[in-house]
Design a protein around this ligand. Structure first.
Ligand code: ADP
Ligand code: MG
Length: 352
């Protein structure tokens, strides 16, 4: 698959969504200090939309006249892009709408897609305002690539789309519990990890996946690989024998956060879900070592017996009874059985 598609026209017109509440609440200040002039000088005509509440961007994207814009760009964390992508796929003309180039400027506390796009461009890892400026340049250059999107089915029958991650157990708990350290910016995940390590627990559930190579990838929805959630997985799926976990993390891009390189060999449109799980029995210190190694993407080299990695096309998670947290792109979704399938290169993103 040829990943690089085309360039944005010049001059180009973008609709820029800024979430003033994201991260430390500085996205608008960062726009004024770093982005506005950069876009003007590069001839990027843009209309600024400051979001007023959760799902505001999602609602606007459902109705916007897409013929007026060459790209939709968000300046926030990953949560706002999650809204925009789901808004596009909820449109009756989703097939056309999902081809709208998307751009990301890191203004939140969880800027994983921005970090991933920056990583694929081949330059060394940066964070904070340096990452913002780098993503600003990529936006001005306007090269558009395919990006994998993942479709998710919840037990209520709801279906949604994800561009980044699906997490359960340790990582999902840290994601949600660390909201209260949001004033710390991207460091909220480090703080959250240390707090959660102190009260490490086991999560019971069943995990199954369709390994790479078991089926050809199919373009676009519908989800041809997924059986109904109430029926057992087909015979070509792998049933994970363990049912006691510390975490399950399915990555669609490389970075889980600005400084967490969870899936080093992931690429924008590789057609894989990079599945990681850690089984129960791992010590606190070994788990801490995994997260420290993840800053450089070296966690797979630690030879930890409890960490399993597989490239998959679809997976199903059935958490045991009780309450818990599942996050999709860092946002909380309904807790219960969940099934996902990757759609290779369905979306488009401005990248390096
Ligand atoms: P962060 O990385 O800091 O968490 P996100 O982009 O993930 O930033 O945004 C966090 C949440 O805020 C998301 O659920 C998003 O939908 C929501 N949101 C968007 N705009 C607003 C707003 N104006 N006020 C409050 N919440 C908002
Ligand atoms: Mg977020």
């Amino acid at each position: 698959r040829c990943v690089l598609l085309n360039s944005l026209p010049h001059p180009c017109r973008i609709l820029l969504f800024v979430n003033p509440q994201s991260g430390k609440g500085q996205a608008l200040t960062l726009y004024n200090s770093h982005i506005q002039r950069m876009l003007n000088e590069a001839g990027v005509i843009h209309k600024l939309i400051i979001t007023e509440r959760q799902n505001h961007a999602r609602e606007l994207v459902k109705d916007v006249d897409l013929s007026q814009w060459d790209a939709l760009v968000i300046m926030s964390g990953d949560g706002l892009l999650h809204e925009v992508i789901n808004g596009l796929l909820e449109r009756p003309d989703w097939e056309e709408a999902v081809r709208t180039p998307l751009g990301i400027l890191p203004g939140g506390s969880g800027n994983a897609l921005a970090a991933s796009v920056h990583y694929y461009s081949g330059v060394s890892q940066v964070t904070g305002e340096e990452l913002l400026v780098s993503c600003g340049f990529l936006l001005c250059r306007g090269l558009v690539s395919h990006m994998d999107l993942v479709s998710l089915h919840l037990s209520s029958g709801q279906r949604l789309f994800s561009f980044l991650s699906l997490a359960w157990g340790f990582v999902a708990d840290v994601d949600v519990e660390s909201e209260k350290y949001r004033h710390a910016g991207a460091a909220r995940f480090t703080v959250g990890t240390l707090v959660r390590l102190a009260s490490l627990r086991i999560y019971k559930g069943k995990l199954a996946y369709l390994p790479n190579g078991a089926a050809a990838s199919l373009p676009g929805p519908p989800d041809a690989l997924l059986p109904p959630l109430d029926q057992p997985p087909p015979s070509d799926w792998v049933l994970v024998p363990e049912e006691d976990f510390v975490l399950m993390l399915a990555m669609h891009q490389s970075h889980l956060a600005e400084d967490l390189l969870a899936a080093p060999d992931a690429r924008l449109a590789d057609g894989f879900i990079h599945l990681f799980y850690v089984t129960a029995g791992i010590s606190r210190s070994a788990l801490l070592r995994l997260f420290l190694a993840m800053e450089k993407g070296a966690h797979l080299d630690t030879n930890c017996q409890h960490l399993v990695h597989a490239k998959v096309r679809a997976l199903r998670l059935e958490p045991g009874a009780g309450k818990g947290i599942i996050t999709v792109d860092g946002e909380v979704v309904e807790y219960g059985p969940i099934q996902v399938e990757v759609h290779a290169g369905l979306g488009r993103v401005i990248s390096g």
